[in-house]
Write a protein that binds this ligand. Structure first.
Ligand SMILES: [Zn+2]
Length: 68
């Protein structure tokens, strides 16, 4: 049995208010990525984006990033 460290999980915040991500996407972090910054760097490679929505910053997967 192998134990995996979960590290930080960053999930998609969806395309808008009250709308969840249709794919419930989460960034697949590389095994070396443990901090939120490292995991987000992995996500950028896969096309994830950080956007400011009202007063908070949200993480968007490639699909939600292009949904208005
Ligand atoms: Zn999404």
């Amino acid at each position: 049995m192998t134990a995996y460290s979960l590290g930080v999980e960053i999930a998609c915040d969806g395309p808008g208010h009250e709308r969840g991500c249709p794919e419930s996407a989460a960034i697949r972090a590389s095994s070396a990525s443990m901090t939120a910054a490292e995991v987000r760097a992995d996500g950028r490679v896969d096309g994830w984006a950080r956007r400011r929505r009202d007063d908070r910053v949200v993480d968007l997967c490639p699909a939600c990033k292009t949904t208005p």
